[in-house]
Ligand binder design. Structure first.
Ligand code: CU
Length: 151
């Protein structure tokens, strides 16, 4: 290998490294806590989604508590339950606006078809206020946000 080739290779690796690190970071940390362990005990909270709200719209959990969310779509359209900080959901919502049919495959969120039910097991490891929101374009704006207080 010539010195010039080695230099080009080194530059290419340096340029690629930050992008890779960023991707990895996005998938290994979640703003509202961490994915739960379904084999461990959890408290069940049922959430009903419809146009354009959640029931309940406010819940309280203890720090370190694991919750099994049973999320039922009682509406006539698809809805989402995306558990994160407001900041993260707004950022995610902006991406959804450009790509409305974006598929999610993350443990902190789910899209549910009408009359269907989904489950998310989540461990609230961080204190603070978090939210669940539907990021399908316009749904959040029409009121699809609920809040989780972690004490
Ligand atoms: Cu919705």
């Amino acid at each position: 290998m010539s010195n010039l080739t080695k230099l080009a290779l080194a530059l290419a690796l340096t340029a690629a490294a930050p992008a890779m690190a960023h991707d990895h970071g996005q998938h290994s940390s979640y703003s509202a806590g961490e994915p739960g362990d379904p084999t461990k005990p959890s408290r069940t909270i049922e959430i009903e989604m419809s146009e354009m709200t959640y029931e309940p719209i406010r819940i309280e959990v203890k720090r370190g508590e694991q919750i099994r969310f049973i999320i039922r779509n009682a509406g006539r359209e698809d809805h989402e339950f995306q558990l994160a900080t407001t900041k993260e959901n707004l950022k995610h919502g902006a991406v959804m606006r450009k790509h409305p049919h974006m598929e999610h495959d993350e443990p902190n969120g789910v899209r549910v078809a009408p009359k269907k039910t989904a489950e998310i097991v989540w461990k609230f490891t961080k204190p603070g206020t978090f939210e669940y929101s539907c990021l399908i374009p316009d749904h959040r704006e029409y009121g699809m946000t609920g809040h989780v207080t972690v004490k």
